[in-house]
Design a protein around this ligand. Structure first.
Ligand code: PLP
Length: 340
């Protein structure tokens, strides 16, 4: 029985669902893992994660397709990314095949929480991993916990996607050769002051520049940036410190293979922003969120599409990708993983 929830009115918040998956690592090996009701974690006051932030996470969604199947989108890429993140943070990677299997188990166990097709709501899936044993001298933990919980979330845009105002941040997100390209919790810790500051000033998001020269566009705190040069061409900022968004990589594929567009992945200067017609932020939560204007220290640039609605090229990309996700358009091999 589906839970009695007004799915369309849900926001993006945590609601405790029935089951979560937990696997623990100690003595050099991951245990078999299990589903549990217990949403609480007990650890030492000296747990590594509490002091040295040895933690990482992932985010993906399960949802109901037009023909009533419960599926998720490209979980193998989340497994691979978390594997890469773990190596960068000196954590033992959770095996990729077990990651996908655990996602399936936990979604199946929370089937009643998967929103029905057409509501715009989804079941957000949050895998996380952290160092759990006592560590006082700085070094990686010996013991870890891998966990996946789920929470139902509402449609990202209620009543259409309105373009947002963003600002060029004075803070940096990720140092050259740092951890910007992995999904580490620490990348978010240091973005909190920047986002609170941006919100106080009336902006929805921060655009971070490359810290070395402060001339090139990287990404926002939690989404990659894409630019539309014209209806035949996308431009994607390229840098070693951008997190490889699965949504962005999927959009690139859709642009090239479904819409016949050219995609250029290269360094993008802030100074060339007025060459672009549309701009979008991409990530699992919103898929594409349109940017209406960019404020660089008082100098405001508004994309030609204005502040009313998403531009035509981003709309086409958005509709094609969400059509693939929801089963209305045929998906490339392996993109849609059926859970039930
Ligand atoms: C998670 C994340 C994204 C979006 O990645 P998706 O795989 O598309 O959800 C973009 N930027 C940062 C910094 C992120 O942490």
């Amino acid at each position: 029985m589906k839970k009695e929830i007004e799915w369309g009115k849900l926001g993006f918040g945590y609601i405790k669902t029935d089951k979560r998956y937990v696997s623990n690592y100690s003595n050099g090996a991951w245990d078999n893992g299990t589903l549990t009701d217990d949403d609480k974690i007990t650890m030492s006051e000296d747990a590594c994660v509490l002091h040295y932030s040895q933690s990482c996470f992932e985010g993906l969604k399960a949802y109901t397709t037009e023909d009533g199947k419960i599926v998720c989108f490209r979980p193998d890429l989340n497994a691979a990314r978390m594997h890469d993140t773990a190596l960068r943070l000196e954590m033992p990677p959770f095996p990729k095949d077990r990651f996908v299997d655990a996602v399936k188990q936990v979604v199946k166990a929370n089937e009643d929480w998967v929103p029905p097709y057409g509501t715009g709501a989804t079941l957000y899936i949050r895998p996380l991993m952290f160092g759990i044993n006592e560590v006082i001298g700085v070094k990686p933990a010996d013991d870890y916990q891998f966990r996946i919980f789920t929470t139902p979330v509402g449609p990202y845009f209620k009543g259409g996607a309105k373009p947002i105002k963003v600002k060029v941040s004075d803070f940096d997100r990720a140092a050259p050769h740092g951890t910007g390209n992995v999904k580490a919790g620490l990348n978010y810790a240091m973005s909190l002051h920047a986002i609170v500051t941006a919100h106080k000033e009336g902006f929805a998001e921060n655009i971070y520049l490359d810290p070395a020269t402060r001339t090139k566009i990287e990404e926002t705190g939690g989404a990659n940036i894409i630019f539309v040069e014209n209806d035949k061409k996308l431009v994607i900022p390229k840098s070693d410190s951008i997190l490889p968004s699965i949504t962005r990589r999927s959009i690139v594929y859709v642009a090239q293979n479904y819409l016949g567009m050219e995609v250029e992945e290269r360094e993008v200067l802030l100074a060339e922003i007025d060459n672009f017609k549309e701009c979008g932020l991409c990530g699992t939560a919103a898929v594409i969120s349109p940017v209406g204007s960019v404020n660089d220290h008082g100098k405001e640039f508004t994309f030609s599409n204005g502040m009313e609605k998403m531009g035509p090229v981003l709309t086409k990309l958005y509709e094609t990708l969400t059509g693939i996700q929801m089963g209305r358009i045929e998906a490339p091999e392996g993109w849609i993983v059926e859970i039930k």
